[in-house]
Design a protein around this ligand. Structure first.
Ligand code: F6P
Length: 360
């Protein structure tokens, strides 16, 4: 008999294509190892209110491999350690209640599928005695210790397709099209999406930009006959010496929301170059829809590897992609850190070699 007989599984933070593929893999692999799975709804909220839980069997996950979203629901504002409430303090610590519910439900372990925020919460519960296995999820690809997170490939694929479409209208109208992509404080989506879509300029958080240099690069394109340009801007990009463009400031239980830098870049480039510019914000379209084949496979590998750890009684770890293997790494090494694009990344060198402006 396995040490672990009954587990909870939850999805936390912003959704990412592939969440359902992981849930499916965890449920099927656990079932085949005689481990009962309880699905917890809306992240850790499912452990605040036991009525928001349900048993999951292979029948419940049949056909969800290709579906976007998450059958369990998710939230990025339900940190039980700082639960947002309508009081003058604005938050309350429900973490002991979560631990209590976990034990009352007879759970032996918890699988947390989440990004940096949810994995940090998971780590705090691990330190409070809950056996945890983490699975990295985010379209931003910014979790340390894993070369990739599921959801990223799908987001990049979508960004590249959007840029393809914008190319034709940009060319027809001889315009600058500025495409704002997600990614929070990392430029992975901007860089990979931009390169895959053949962008002329890519602006990302890791390399603060000088729009004067970008305008000069666009003029150089004009000098050899190109009358249009595609500029990809990460939501976390900022000018040299400038600030992030914040849509909503952080407050109790709510993280800072970025967005809006694209329109500023478009307006300024229009003024500097005299060429008409438009801005398109890809927004949540990057997170919607079904996962690519790559993300389905990665998500399935993560789910299978997580159940392996449960069977071996190994906790406090996150499964990570370390090609060619999926390996466990300590959650403690992951939390509170952000994997940004390294400045010596070969793709940055290649982008420059191809004449792509990175704004510096
Ligand atoms: O972390 C994923 C992500 O999509 C970021 O790229 C973006 O900044 C953020 O989530 C948006 O969050 P929300 O769903 O709260 O708008």
């Amino acid at each position: 008999m396995p040490l672990v007989k009954k587990i909870g599984v939850l999805t936390g933070g912003g959704d990412a294509p592939g969440l359902n593929a992981v849930i499916r893999a965890v449920v099927k692999a656990a079932y085949n190892a005689s481990i009962e799975v309880v699905g917890l709804e809306d992240s850790f909220d499912g452990l605040l209110d036991p009525s928001r839980t349900r048993r999951l069997t292979p029948k419940d996950v049949t056909g969800i491999l290709r579906l976007g979203g998450t059958i369990l629901g998710t939230t990025n504002r339900g940190d039980p350690f700082e639960y947002p409430v309508d009081t003058p303090e604005g938050k309350v610590d429900y973490s002991d209640r979560v631990v209590d519910t976990f034990h009352r439900m007879g759970l032996n372990a918890l699988v947390v599928i989440g990004g940096d925020g949810s994995l940090s919460i998971a780590h705090r519960f691990y330190l409070k005695g809950i056996p945890i296995v983490g699975i990295p999820k985010t379209i931003d690809n910014d979790i340390v210790g894993t070369t990739s997170c599921f959801g990223f490939d799908t987001a990049v694929d979508f960004a590249a397709e959007a840029i393809d479409r914008l190319h034709t209208t940009a060319e027809a109208h001889k315009r600058i099209m500025v495409v704002e992509v997600m990614g929070r404080y990392a430029g992975w989506i901007a860089l990979h999406g931009g390169i895959a879509g053949g962008a002329d300029v890519i602006l990302m958080p890791e390399i603060p930009y000088d729009l004067g240099k970008v305008a000069a690069a666009l003029r150089r394109r004009e000098s050899f006959g190109a009358k249009f340009s595609i500029v990809v801007v990460a939501e976390g990009a900022k000018a040299i010496g400038g600030q992030l463009t914040v849509k909503t400031a952080a407050r109790a239980g709510h993280v800072e929301r970025l967005g809006g830098v694209g329109i500023t870049v478009a307006e300024q480039l229009e003024e500097m170059t005299g060429r008409e510019a438009r801005c398109v914000v890809l927004g949540h379209l990057q997170r919607g829809g079904g996962p690519t084949a790559f993300d389905r496979v990665l998500a399935t590998r993560f789910g299978g590897a997580a159940v392996e750890l449960l069977k071996r009684g190994v906790f406090g770890k996150m499964v990570a992609n370390n090609p060619p293997d999926i390996v466990p790494i300590p959650l403690a090494d992951v939390v509170g850190r952000t994997k940004t694009v390294p400045l010596d990344y070969d793709l940055l060198r290649t982008a420059r070699a191809l004449g792509v402006s990175l704004g510096d």
